[in-house]
Design a protein around this ligand. Structure first.
Ligand SMILES: [Ca+2]
Ligand SMILES: [Ca+2]
Length: 128
């Protein structure tokens, strides 16, 4: 499974170009630009699986660092600062990894991509 089979390659390219500068990464904008926001839960789950390279069911810090690589082979690595900010934004329960957050025990990749959105578009389960 590659991101290119889930997302539009033109959108991927635009998004990667937009965050080419080190420390410019904005995860919320990025996931909007690649078009994940408009995707079905199924597709978002697929994308989550791509990013969860070791299949642990979670996206850990070392996987976040290489997020761009999963979108394009030439994508840059995230800086430590970007990786930490990304993790902090997404890791609602503070266990150092992204996946099922807080009381949500079930595997719910949708949370990963929609937590940035507050209420609109985000599953009701979030933040409870
Ligand atoms: Ca993992
Ligand atoms: Ca977590």
């Amino acid at each position: 499974m590659a991101m290119k089979s889930i997302l539009n390659p033109d959108d991927i390219k635009k998004a990667l170009d937009a965050f080419q500068a080190v420390d410019s990464f904005d995860p919320k904008r990025f996931f909007e630009m690649v078009g994940l926001k408009a995707k079905s839960t199924e597709d978002v789950n697929k994308a989550f699986h791509v990013l969860d390279a070791d299949n642990s069911g979670f996206i850990e810090e070392e996987e976040l660092k290489f997020v761009f690589k999963h979108f394009a082979a030439e994508g840059r690595d995230l800086s430590d600062k970007e990786t930490k900010a990304f993790l902090q934004a997404a890791d609602k329960d503070g266990d150092g990894k992204i996946g099922a957050e807080g009381k949500i025990k079930e595997y719910t990749a949708t949370h990963f991509f929609f937590f940035f959105e507050g209420t609109s578009g985000s599953p009701d389960l979030l933040d409870k």
